[in-house]
Design a binder for this molecule. Structure first.
Ligand SMILES: *Cc1c(COP(=O)(O)O)cnc(C)c1O
Length: 366
């Protein structure tokens, strides 16, 4: 079986983890501070604040923007459920703007149309490793005086016009096991605003700056040094790992270019894609539907995934939710029925990739 994701930590991670165990500081300490510095450099921002997962990164980012009940956050309908849950956790109302089919990210025109009198924050999701069109979205936020939170959980190191995804507004990241860079569980918030970074640090630690001096009603969002130790060696290796993912994506695209019935993903001009997922669309030209393609791939030992099988609000628990407005999203509704993600991670060999290509060609009868 060729898995869709693999977790492999090296000896450098082992050595640092042992160092932490022997130091006696296993909760948040110097390793977290080191991970934050190196992470900030990787994204190209002044400040990175570590938290315990990507969902709390989103919640904390929204909390420091001081949302009031009735305030609206506009995001993508084609995302992991954490994006929506974070908006609800922060007490805001979730609204949606449709996606584009070429980058799977929120469409700046739809986003502009969704801005209304209650809108406070725009929350694009940089999906699959390709950043959203921030050259259009950042000026839109600026023009309307809106907060900007970038869900960058899948796109660490991606760039738009040379600028890091997660550096335009408050960037939020996940270090979950399947992400491009992992600490098992973990998250990060990035910003160039020193005041916001300071408030985030206070918020993650029970609202406390000095022991028992509480400034705000906070929370425990802290990451541990043991987790940070696992992530630090992956930062030095990250450029090389992304290069492998790019090469893998290119090999898949070369092998699948002439297959009718498949729409292949592409890195768009001016953007750098970090290939968290390689996601194809099964079109009407294919002799079989998406679910049959997946059944055939599984039979041939190729792990694949549907990210995501429905628009994020299309579940009973959100249907009558007073703070979820299911704005129509015809492009996203079409994409959820056609998408399949194939293995592209940096642990694949060329022969694994060739096997994926052969299996996909056979699955769609090419
Ligand atoms: C993984 C992910 C998250 C949540 O991160 P966790 O670390 O699992 O809490 C949020 N948004 C997107 C798009 C993700 O892929």
């Amino acid at each position: 079986m060729i898995p869709i994701s693999v977790v492999k930590l090296d000896e450098a991670a082992e050595r640092l983890a042992v160092e932490v165990i022997r130091s006696g500081v296993i909760a948040q300490g110097p390793m977290v501070a080191r991970l934050e510095r190196e992470f900030a450099d990787l994204v190209g921002v002044e400040h990175a604040v570590a938290v315990n997962n990507g969902t709390t990164a989103l919640v904390a980012a929204l909390q420091v923007l001081d949302l009031q009940p009735g305030d609206e956050v506009v995001t993508s309908p084609f995302t992991f459920v954490a994006t929506l849950n974070a908006i609800l956790e922060a007490g805001a109302t979730a609204r949606f703007a449709d996606i584009r089919e070429d980058d799977f990210c929120v469409d700046p025109q739809a986003l502009a149309a969704a801005v209304g009198p209650r809108t406070r924050v725009l929350m694009p999701v940089h999906l699959y490793g390709q950043p959203a069109d921030m050259d259009a979205i950042a000026p839109l936020a600026e023009r309307h005086g809106l907060g900007l939170v970038e869900d960058t959980a899948q796109s660490l190191g991606a760039t738009i016009s040379g600028r890091g995804a997660g550096s335009f507004g408050l960037g939020t990241f996940s270090l979950y096991a399947t992400k491009n860079l992992t600490t098992g569980e973990g998250g990060m918030i990035t910003t160039n605003d020193a005041g916001l970074a300071d408030r985030l640090r206070v918020l993650r630690n029970q609202g406390m700056r000095q022991r028992y001096q509480y400034e705000v009603a906070g929370h425990n969002y802290r990451l541990t040094d043991l987790q940070a130790a696992l992530g630090i060696p992956q930062i030095a290796a990250y450029g090389e790992n992304v290069k492998r993912r790019k090469d893998n994506a290119a090999r898949l695209s070369a092998g699948l270019a002439d297959v009718p019935g498949l729409r292949l993903p592409a890195e768009l001009p001016g953007r750098s894609h970090v290939w968290h997922q390689y996601t194809v669309l099964v079109t009407d030209e294919a002799p079989v539907g998406r679910d049959e393609v997946i059944a055939r791939l599984t039979e041939r030992g190729v792990g694949c995934g549907i990210y995501y099988p429905k628009t994020v609000y299309d579940y009973d628990c959100y249907r009558d939710h007073p703070r979820v407005v299911a704005d129509p999203a015809p492009v996203a509704e079409d994409v959820v029925r056609r998408c399949v993600s194939l293995p592209v991670h940096h642990h694949l060999s060329d022969s694994d990739l060739d096997q994926v290509v052969e299996a996909v060609r056979a699955a769609v009868g090419a």
